[in-house]
Ligand binder design. Sequence first.
Ligand code: MN
Length: 235
Amino acid sequence: MNGPSDSPTYVFEPLPLPAVPVAGSGKLFPVHRIYCVGRNYAEHALEMGGDPTREPPFFFQKNPDCLVVNDGNFPYPTRTKDVHHEIELVIAIGAGGDDIPVDAALEHVYGYAVGIDMTRRDLQGEAKKQGRPWETGKAFEASAPCSDIMPASIIGHPTSGPVWLKVNGTLRQKGNLNQMIWKVPETVSYLSGLFTLQPGDLIFTGTPAGVAAVSRGDELHGGVEGIGELRTRVI
Ligand code: MN
């Protein structure tokens, strides 16, 4: 019989907790939720048919088990012919909260990583057209490759620096953190008004222009200056 001090008994073994390595520490950052910001760079908003001057930030989610860490492979997903890369700065939340003021938001940030918001663009486009949710376009298996996390205690809170992605050595995306429409403190603050942020949340902050399709065999190599780099191979 289980007493109050015993650990719970599950009907099957729980899956491992998704986690991202913290650079140079030998430790893991346990992941709670993954939030993503849509259209956060003006040129990308324009290439997706939006108006960067008018739109407030909007959010969607991926699942924690969508993460690919340690430069693991990206298996080409099912039911699509148009998978796009979106290189992004990732915020790692270390302290949770609701309605966090903009001027206190950085106190909630544990660190930063580099992620790729892999997108089944054809399924996302169909969902947009039909007014349906985006999960099939965004939250599929292995859709969130992520680098190790760099603690803010080491690198601070970068506000400028190149964000780039190469495919097979050719530069496909290049932007700069200083082009983000909604900055890190604003994003954390706004999101915390919609959801209770928890330690372990990751926020993908949107991608600069240049998104394009990938094919099996492609080598993706991206980075954010001062934060890190990641690689993944499409298999
Ligand atoms: Mn994105």
